[in-house]
Ligand binder design. Structure first.
Ligand code: SF4
Length: 361
């Protein structure tokens, strides 16, 4: 599975699921906002497997993103999850900070996990390079690619003019002959999983709807809670704001989580028009204090929630949600990254990749 394909699914509600395997990470990158530490929390492995085991051929996400923290601290669990979800017809993607690549080798347990997924992506940025040298990351990624797995890089810089981004993208294009795609983001106050999911600190539009694609894929957080949003501030906050809570893997299965996400009138409206538009429509005088902050504050504005419930509970809300997703998906992954990532590098998400040797869907 190539980067552009699963990025193209990002705006589609419940087409994907983000699974946090752990909040642990052996690296200490300065920009990490997942609060990952060598001793971070993690969901119960048995519950994760039970939840992933609830997928059926008829009701499953298209793609499951295995993330962290560092998911390859648990290579056995990553392998089991990838194998389990494939049995139901889902595909899997793993994002790693490449802690294991020092020296350029891929240890056997890591290689076993990585060759069980359908796409492998390596995080690379100035902060990671202080922990693991670039040449070692390239050597390890080449080994994964030579094993037949589709690969990509997830790059982060300070902005479109960051000389690091110009340097590293040129180096990757040269090293891999323009055959490995890249997702380029700007450092934002969000975590690794959120960035993968086309994160962006969206600015409130003055007079138009601004859909939130980050509310499309459910997220299993470090404590097993299931949220509608991958914005790290939402993922870390407890209690989870009511409209962003989809349950817990201790009690709920995929079908329940999916039904809650698709049928929630507030989430339908957040996905279709965005929270800023909801405030303008239902509480014009309210101080929403920002796009995501306003969304997280929705429980304090019952008049906004009531308006969304009134207008989006029925078939009209369902249609609005579906059409917003279709419009964004039709625009394609490059446009999505142009809007949410680092615009001058958006085209790199769709770089051509080899068609031989990579795993078929
Ligand atoms: S608008 Fe709401 S759902 Fe979307 S990213 Fe922000 S907090 Fe999450």
């Amino acid at each position: 599975m190539e980067l552009a394909e699963f990025m193209g699914l990002r705006p589609v509600p419940c087409a994907g699921l983000l699974l946090t395997l752990t909040r642990r990470c052996p690296l200490s990158c300065a920009h990490c906002s997942t609060s990952s530490t060598p001793r971070g929390e993690e969901p119960d492995a048995g519950r994760l497997l039970r939840f992933a085991g609830s997928f059926t051929a008829a009701d499953r996400p298209e793609v499951v993103l295995l993330t962290g923290g560092e998911p390859l601290l648990l290579p056995g669990l990553a392998h089991e999850l990838a194998t389990l979800v494939r049995a139901a017809g889902s595909r899997s993607v793993l994002l790693s900070g490449m802690f294991f690549a020092r020296g350029g080798r891929v240890p056997p347990p890591v290689m076993r996990a990585v060759t069980a997924v359908d796409h492998f992506s390596a995080s690379l940025d100035a902060f990671h390079e202080r922990e693991v040298p670039r040449r070692d990351v390239f050597r390890a990624v080449r080994q994964v690619r030579d094993a037949g797995i589709a690969v990509s890089f997830h790059l982060v810089g300070t902005g479109p003019r960051d000389p690091y981004l110009a340097d590293v993208t040129t180096a990757i294009r040269r090293e891999f002959a323009d055959r490995v795609p890249m997702l380029v983001n700007q450092v934002r106050p969000v975590g690794r999983a959120a960035a993968w999911a086309a994160a962006g600190t969206q600015r409130p539009a003055a007079d138009r709807a601004l859909p939130c694609a980050m509310a499309a894929w459910p997220v299993v957080a470090f404590d097993g809670a299931v949220l509608a949003c991958c914005n790290q501030r939402a993922v870390d906050r407890r209690p989870v704001p009511a409209h962003l809570s989809l349950g817990h893997i201790a009690e709920d299965d995929w079908a329940t989580v999916r039904r809650r996400s698709l049928s929630s009138p507030v989430l339908r409206m957040v996905r279709a028009v965005g929270p800023a538009h909801l405030y303008r429509r239902y509480a014009p005088g309210a101080d929403a204090s920002g796009y995501c902050a306003g969304c997280r504050s929705l429980p304090a504005h019952p008049e906004v929630v009531a308006g969304a419930v009134r207008d989006a509970s029925g078939p009209v809300g369902e249609l609005l949600d579906r059409e917003a997703a279709r419009t964004q998906a039709d625009a394609g992954p490059v446009e999505l990254v142009r809007r949410h990532g680092c615009p001058p590098y958006a085209d790199l998400v769709a770089l051509p990749t080899p068609t031989t040797g990579t795993r078929s869907p």
